[in-house]
Design a protein around this ligand. Structure first.
Ligand SMILES: [Zn+2]
Length: 449
């Protein structure tokens, strides 16, 4: 008996990310949204109702974006070429306090989810205010996400009442836990400078109690690390560790200024790191010691950070940035080879955000989050090594088809779950309002509140 809900992707070059092998003219068989088998050329293939021809294409796991603030697509290109402090205090925080509400968060998240699916990202780890609205957008578009409800008691833009902000995060987790395979809830504390030590400890305790991932920006800039060290005598990482905040359910974001002893702590505790090379370069935060992290066996994922500090969510661009940044920084062209980078964007990224048993590889039992990349293009010809093209030559628009949990969401480069033009129109209306209010001098960008 043939199940109605089967899918066979055949004829393409399969890059399963289960090791470093590539299968020419392979096939992937999916049943009820789960990968049932990956076949080498010549093996008998199961009969299927839905067959997708991937001739002249690469077939691989959907990319995993391990750090994003999806609603911030609202502020894409609003402020560039500034220090993190000027960008954050002078533009982003004032803009958030004026324009962030459930409706704008929902529209911004829809836009980012559409952008991510169209460029081959099938799973992302997010954190922002009004995360329920992000969850609703995720469900509408059909992407997979780990969503962190923001907890902060010293940061403008959100609720700074400690009890209320914690209670809201717990409500969010309980609302979305085990509700749908598309959403995994999490708790996010912005940073050691936006949160008191008290709330950091309580938020981590709550995340552990709920059994969810705890996320925090850490050691993004030298100023942040120096300030804490001069006041408290220890690095922010060591201070978090003193409070038992770093464990194998903790995702540390950026980690640009982590020391060797910080990295030892992180490796010993089994915590993970999200590396965001595009954002770190644009804000001139520095170069994260990623080779040292990887040498210690720390799971390191790749992330885009927000669309306001990058300024797009194309993980192909992020892979290329990661590969090149560490080569020039170490003056060693053998550093961060293509497979290392591909692993960070798939299997290691999935592990870093607690999804390692679910996505990131094409193998039996994993969710069928699969992307097909069309290589019959001048910039992808000839092809000696598919892994090389994925890191150094391909880009988001080369993605032809995308499946999440076996459901097709992008077909021939078009989003089929939602009208992308409608989202672009809605975003246009919001950005016009922002521009008008800037003109009316209600708000002079660059001036902190
Ligand atoms: Zn961030």
């Amino acid at each position: 008996m043939m199940s109605n809900n089967t899918l066979l992707i055949k004829g393409g070059t399969v890059v399963p990310m289960t090791g470093r092998a590539i299968i020419n003219k392979g096939a992937v068989f999916v049943q009820d949204g789960v990968i049932e088998g990956v076949f080498e050329e010549g093996l008998p293939l199961p009969r299927c109702r839905h067959v997708v021809d991937a001739t002249n294409c690469l077939v691989m796991p959907g990319l995993v974006n391990s750090h994003c603030h999806s609603p911030m697509s609202l502020f894409r290109g609003m402020a560039d070429d500034l220090s993190l402090d000027d960008w954050l205090q002078g533009y982003i925080l004032p803009a958030e306090s004026r324009f962030i509400n459930p409706e704008t968060v929902h529209t911004g998240a829809l836009l980012s989810c559409a952008e991510m699916l169209l460029s081959g990202t099938t799973c992302f780890c997010d954190s922002y205010f009004f995360e329920n609205e992000v969850a609703e957008a995720v469900m509408k578009i059909g992407i997979r996400a780990v969503l962190g409800h923001s907890v902060a008691d010293k940061l403008a833009g959100g609720d700074t009442n400690k009890e209320r902000t914690l209670a809201k995060a717990v409500d969010f987790v309980q609302r979305w836990k085990n509700r749908t395979p598309w959403i995994t809830p999490s708790i996010f504390c912005h940073s050691t400078y936006a949160c008191s030590w008290e709330i950091l400890s309580e938020a981590k305790e709550e995340a552990s109690r709920q059994g969810v991932l705890f996320q925090i920006h850490l050691a993004e800039t030298r100023g942040e690390v120096d300030q804490i060290k001069s006041k408290q005598g220890l690095t922010s990482c060591a201070l978090l560790d003193e409070r038992d905040i770093i464990d194998n359910d903790t995702l540390l974001i950026h980690g640009v200024w982590l020391t060797d002893s910080d990295l030892d702590i992180i490796a010993n505790r089994g915590a993970a790191i999200s590396h965001n090379p595009g954002s770190n370069m644009k804000l001139a935060s520095g170069v994260a010691p990623v080779p040292s992290m990887l040498k210690r066996g720390i799971p390191v994922g790749l992330g885009t950070d927000s669309p306001a500090s990058n300024n797009n969510l194309d993980m192909f661009g992020e892979m290329q940035a990661a590969a090149k940044l560490h080569k020039v920084h170490t003056l060693d062209p053998t550093e961060m080879d293509v497979w290392t980078v591909l692993e960070m964007a798939t299997v290691k990224g999935a592990k870093a955000i607690g999804m390692g048993a679910v996505v990131g590889q094409l193998q039996k039992g994993m969710q069928a989050d699969i992307i097909i990349i069309d290589t019959a293009k001048p910039h992808l010809s000839p092809m000696y090594n598919p892994a090389s093209h994925l890191v150094y030559a391909a880009a988001g628009p080369d993605v032809r088809d995308v499946f999440v949990g076996g459901r097709q969401v992008v077909k021939n480069g078009r989003l089929i779950t939602f009208d992308a033009n409608r989202i672009i129109d809605s975003i246009g209306c919001i950005s016009t309002e922002i521009k008008n209010r800037m003109k009316q001098d209600e708000w002079t960008p660059g001036t902190p509140d």
